[in-house]
Write a protein that binds this ligand. Structure first.
Ligand SMILES: Cc1cc2nc3c(=O)[nH]c(=O)nc-3n(C[C@H](O)[C@H](O)[C@H](O)COP(=O)(O)OP(=O)(O)OC[C@H]3O[C@@H](n4cnc5c(N)ncnc54)[C@H](O)[C@@H]3O)c2cc1C
Length: 418
């Protein structure tokens, strides 16, 4: 695998940038693999990478119906944080943050992880109580989170309006996770793809899975695809908003609903916004990309759909909130918006688990907030597939919890999970 370094860059620059290798191969599928992963988003690619690097399983194919990273991974607003309320979630998301902290070095690929801090604003007494509860719970779990007064929020994020006289939703304070931040979404998919490919994993794009075959004992035997049948001893489904559709191919119903979630960016401007700010109550969040665009996120549409675009009223509502919180952005122009399909569970926590079909595993239900978990999710899902047993971190994230009542109810805890 070609190495990226300052020296390599200088050498290639002097040679007219000739000789860079493609980042990954474009192989034709083999007749069969030990493991087939359905979905080449960040989670699927990370799973393949850790299967190869941690478990030595390299006879793996990642099948993608479009282009790798073209799903929610390439559409998200890249907020990374781990200040979730419940112990199970804190364990999972902080496992991911710890992996993020060394990921560029691990992959030899700059994923531009920037721990610029995620500030969550409180606008009413309920918010204050809820965020203070989060701060205490997080600290007990060894996750950093601190309470800031409104003035301290303003010091941390100078563009923020805290003038209560001008606001429908005054800022009463905020919870700040300094280790939170953002990363470059495409680079995460590309870095994992490159790392997995170098270890022998076949990444096959433009290859939609159209069926899942099971033998007489119920165990999976392979997948039907637009490139023909591919045999597989084990199958990992990591298809985000399409998970229900794919699992239906194996005859399994999932506790998931798929919703459009959208985001938008402004015209690029000079660096002005130093952190990530989220407001769950008025449902808007904002950061600034390294290109200079303000990256703005909204809530999901209220109805289920597989369209990769959201309703206009959601965007205008979000921009109302952004203009109130940051009046200096009122005259900015928005450049483009887009949507993704997010798969939402009843308790807004993911499923990373074995299924009732032997050899079939599923990683889904990340809803509006799975990008932040990409390295941790891939790491524990690879463990689950390789050993046919969950890693202690993902053991609570079963499908059966919806039958047995052991919910991890982040929906009730935070109302939003970006
Ligand atoms: C607008 C928006 C903003 C978001 N903001 C944030 C955020 O700030 N922070 C955060 O943590 N998360 C955020 N998320 C959520 C995050 O993007 C997802 O949880 C995460 O990217 C899911 O990754 P994935 O690899 O599971 O899915 P994806 O990247 O969607 O990958 C799944 C892949 O499966 C493929 N696939 C589906 N069906 C088939 C089939 N039949 N055959 C072959 N391939 C198939 C798809 O084409 C897709 O590429 C946001 C999402 C959206 C849409």
């Amino acid at each position: 695998m070609q190495k990226f370094s300052g020296l390599a860059l200088l050498k290639r620059a002097l040679g007219g940038h000739q000789g860079w290798q493609p980042q990954w191969r474009s192989p034709e599928p083999k007749a069969a693999y030990d493991v087939v992963i359905i979905g080449a988003g960040g989670h699927g690619l990370a799973t393949a990478y850790y299967l190869a690097t941690v478990h030595g399983i390299t006879n793996v194919a990642v099948l993608e119906k479009g282009w790798l990273g073209g799903g929610n991974t390439g559409r998200n607003t890249t907020i990374v944080r781990s200040n979730y309320l419940f112990d199970e979630s804190a364990g999972l998301y902080d496992h991911a943050v710890k992996l993020w902290e060394g990921l560029s070095q691990e992959l030899n690929y700059n994923v531009m992880f920037s721990q610029r801090g995620v500030l969550m604003l409180a606008h009413n007494i309920h918010d204050v109580q809820s965020f203070k509860r989060h701060v205490h719970a997080n600290r007990l779990n060894g996750v950093d989170n601190e309470w800031l007064t409104a003035e301290e929020c303003k010091d941390f994020c100078p563009p923020l309006n805290i003038d209560a006289a001008t606001m429908r939703y005054p800022v009463l304070g905020g919870a700040l996770q300094r280790r939170g931040g953002t990363a470059r979404h495409d680079a995460v998919a590309w870095g994992y793809a490159r790392g997995a490919d170098a270890r022998g994993v076949d990444i096959i794009q433009n290859c939609a899975v159209t069926g899942i075959r099971r033998g007489p004992d119920g165990a999976v035997t392979g997948v039907e695809t637009t490139k023909g049948f591919i045999g597989a001893k084990k199958i990992g489904v990591v298809a985000a908003g399409n998970t229900s559709v794919v699992m239906q191919m194996a005859g399994l119903r999932m506790p998931l609903e798929s919703y459009p979630l959208q985001a938008l960016v402004s015209e690029p401007i000079k660096p002005i916004f130093p952190c990530v700010v989220m407001s769950n109550t008025i449902h808007a969040y904002i950061s600034q990309s390294d290109k200079g665009e303000l990256v703005i996120g909204a809530g999901t549409d209220a109805y289920t759909s597989y369209s990769q675009r959201g309703g206009l009223h959601i965007t205008t509502h979000t921009l109302d909130a952004i203009c109130e919180l940051f009046p200096m952005f009122r005259r900015m122009r928005m450049l483009r918006n887009w949507g993704g399909i997010v798969d939402v569970t009843p308790d807004r926590s993911p499923i990373i688990a074995k299924t009732a079909a032997p050899g079939l595993y599923v990683n889904c239900g990340w809803g509006t907030g799975g990008f932040k978990a990409t390295p941790g999710s891939g790491h524990v899902f690879a463990h689950t597939i390789a050993t046919d047993a969950p890693h202690p971190i993902n053991a609570p994230f079963t499908i059966e919890r919806f039958r047995d009542g052991f919910l991890i109810d982040e929906a009730a805890a935070a109302a939003v999970a970006h």
